[in-house]
Design a protein around this ligand. Structure first.
Ligand code: M6R
Length: 616
């Protein structure tokens, strides 16, 4: 949801900002802009389109300035257009601002400012904020720039990360955050600002992550001065060492980040298990959960809240926890949970799952559950993200940075963590015998290898199958038990990146409606591992074939029954049913990827989407 980059130092600000915007383009990519500080004016370029489009109109900015900032946008207020792109300038042209988030009361403020004579060139909430800052400075001549920003922010509701420049305060960047992330990179005689650390990882390993409700005034002369927005109390910066490496955020020879991330899964699952699954010792060691095992085991119920792919992981979590730990689990869309009046008490546990750790709906749902006294356990991929910080305890999925907008390796890492939690709880509360626990953890240990095998074994065949379905207009994905949520996830992957309409269903539900859609033009992906309800799936495939549907069967290696009836077969190694979604999801990711590639879609930056959804 919009990426922000800012810079002050000795380097060419334009290059730093543009390179940084390219790294943040996953956050939003419908428009981009850059502003450079010049003596007594700003150089501004902004356009609808990608960072490449911005570069095309601003090439001659190279080498002009040492202070600047940029923005890559995911539209909220107003269509993607040159005018609505950031930066936005105040009416007097002295203040420039880039913003990630939503100013919810922008309409009343806009009316107030219009009555005072301000005019607006864009439909954005951001232009209201920049003019509000000007208004404070106009009406309070004694007010300095940071104070004016702070005063304006105290008038707005909503979520924001902002960076602001003022023509009369050269070399000073004012930044602030509430609900949207912002990191400050501390270089040697230079400072970087960015929505995440990726734009400055090659320049410094030291960063300060701005906390909720804090702002900072940054200049080479005075360093970083952090204050509380509400009451201007000075805050001591907490400097963190960055673990991120350049290699992790580059494509490494792959055509797309998504393909790289699909192929990283053996490693990302292994990294998620590392240090936690100790098969030889017969234990699962999870620092996050250890101190809270009793509380979790005594929970009245566990509610899992998440959105999108993370919600699909949550559904599989429900199956895992109920099967092995016998604790009742409900899975809710965070966006629904937060707006109804759910029954949550201090006896409840809420597990919040989020790759980015920034999803606005999940954040709001957590806050609501916290107010009701629930204990909140977070499963996040992004270290130190907002969700990781506001939860009571949690576990990181060590999947590494996921840059492709369509989630792949974060999903399988989430499933891995959920399996660990379920097995750990089941062992602790006695629902899982030692023998069964040992069998399952021994098997879980083999999953990275099985994912490696499925990548090798299915890459080519899924590519060939994908070619046959480039012109499909609809897809059905079916699965039973643990693989019903895997079917939902397979369908989501396909629609997100190929724009083909796809729906996931429990296979048995087909006869209650979706069967009406089946004819010779309907491709149906059916996940049918040997374990679970194989014989039932066999009947479902027969029902599909009787209606001439095209079956793409995702089956265990050596399968004959379903495979013989299917039009196309993708094989994956056998594993316990509870772990099969981890392995079976991989060819579904590849299928979606290649269909999208063959349709000429921008796989890493699908239309209308953004990586972290920091607005409602
Ligand atoms: O960062 P989160 O896991 O909280 O994100 C939730 C969804 O926005 C996300 O999973 C979305 O559905 C992805 N585009 C899936 O590929």
């Amino acid at each position: 949801m919009c990426g922000i980059v800012g810079y002050t130092g000795f380097q060419d600000a334009y290059q730093v900002v543009i390179n940084g915007l390219r790294r943040l383009e996953y956050r939003g990519y419908d428009s981009a802009g850059v502003v450079l500080e010049q003596p007594h004016h700003f150089d501004v370029a902004k356009t609808k389109g990608k960072v490449d489009d911005l570069v095309a109109i601003s090439k001659d900015f190279v080498g002009r300035a040492h202070v600047g900032m940029g923005h890559t946008r995911w539209a909220t207020h107003g269509v993607p257009s040159d005018n609505n792109s950031h930066p936005h300038l105040s009416n007097n042209g002295k203040i420039a601002l880039v913003h990630n988030g939503i100013i919810e009361n922008y309409d009343v403020l806009k009316i107030m400012l219009t009555e005072k004579g301000f005019t607006f060139k864009s439909e954005t909430d951001t232009e209201v904020l920049v003019n509000l800052i000007q208004y404070f400075m106009d009406t309070h001549p004694e007010m300095d720039f940071p104070t004016a920003v702070r005063s304006a922010l105290n008038e707005v509701y909503g979520a924001y990360a902002i960076t602001v420049l003022h023509d009369d305060f050269p070399g000073v960047l004012v930044v602030a955050r509430l609900g949207s992330p912002l990191a400050i990179g501390l270089g040697n005689n230079e400072y970087f600002i960015a929505s995440d650390a990726s734009p400055f990882v090659e320049f410094t390993k030291e960063a300060v992550y701005l906390e909720e409700g804090h702002m900072a005034t940054i200049s080479l002369e005075k360093g970083v001065d952090i204050r509380n927005i509400k009451d201007n109390v000075k805050i001591t910066p907490q400097i963190q060492e960055l673990k991120l490496s350049l290699e992790q955020i580059e494509k490494g020879g792959y055509e797309h980040f998504m393909l790289k991330e699909i192929f990283e899964q053996p490693k990302s699952i292994l990294d998620t298990l590392r240090g936690r699954l100790l098969v030889d010792e017969g234990i699962i060691k999870m620092a996050g959960i250890w101190d809270h095992l009793e509380r979790i085991n005594q929970a009245q119920k566990i509610t899992i809240i998440a959105c999108g792919t993370s919600w699909h992981a949550g559904l599989i979590g429900e199956y895992l926890i109920e099967e092995f730990a016998r604790i009742p689990v409900e899975v809710e869309y965070a966006s629904e949970f937060r707006y109804r009046n759910p029954i949550i008490t201090e006896k409840d546990i809420v597990i919040a799952i989020s790759q980015s750790g920034e999803t606005a709906d999940t954040m709001a749902a957590i806050k609501m559950a916290k107010e009701k006294g629930a204990f909140i356990y977070g499963i996040c991929n992004v270290v130190d993200s907002s969700i990781a910080r506001i939860t009571d305890a949690g576990s990181y999925t060590h999947a590494g940075p996921e840059i492709g907008v369509a989630s792949t390796k974060a999903f399988t890492a989430q499933l891995t963590i959920l399996a660990l939690i379920a097995l750990k709880l089941g062992k602790h509360n006695g629902h899982l015998s030692n023998q069964e626990f040992m069998r399952l953890i021994t098997e879980l240990d083999t999953i990275p290898q099985k994912v490696e095998e499925v990548l090798e074994g299915t890459h080519q065949i899924t590519k060939e199958i994908a070619r046959k379905f480039v012109d499909a207009q609809n897809f059905l994905y079916l699965g039973r038990g643990y693989n019903f949520p895997a079917a939902l996830e397979g369908a989501l992957k396909l629609k997100e990146i190929s724009y083909i309409h796809a729906e996931g269903y429990p296979a048995a539900e087909m006869k209650h409606g979706p069967i009406a859609l089946i004819d010779e033009n309907m491709p149906i992906v059916i996940i049918a591992p040997k374990q679970g309800h194989y014989d039932k799936i066999v009947s479902n495939v027969q029902e599909i074939k009787a209606r001439k549907g095209k079956v793409i069967a995702v089956v265990n290696r050596g399968d004959t029954q379903v495979a013989d009836m299917a039009d196309y077969v993708i094989e994956f190694p056998e594993t316990s049913e509870c772990f099969s979604p981890i392995v079976a999801s991989v060819p579904l990711q590849l299928l979606a990827y290649y269909i999208a590639v063959f349709r000429g879609a921008n796989v890493d930056q699908p239309r209308n989407l953004a990586k972290s959804v920091t607005v409602e």
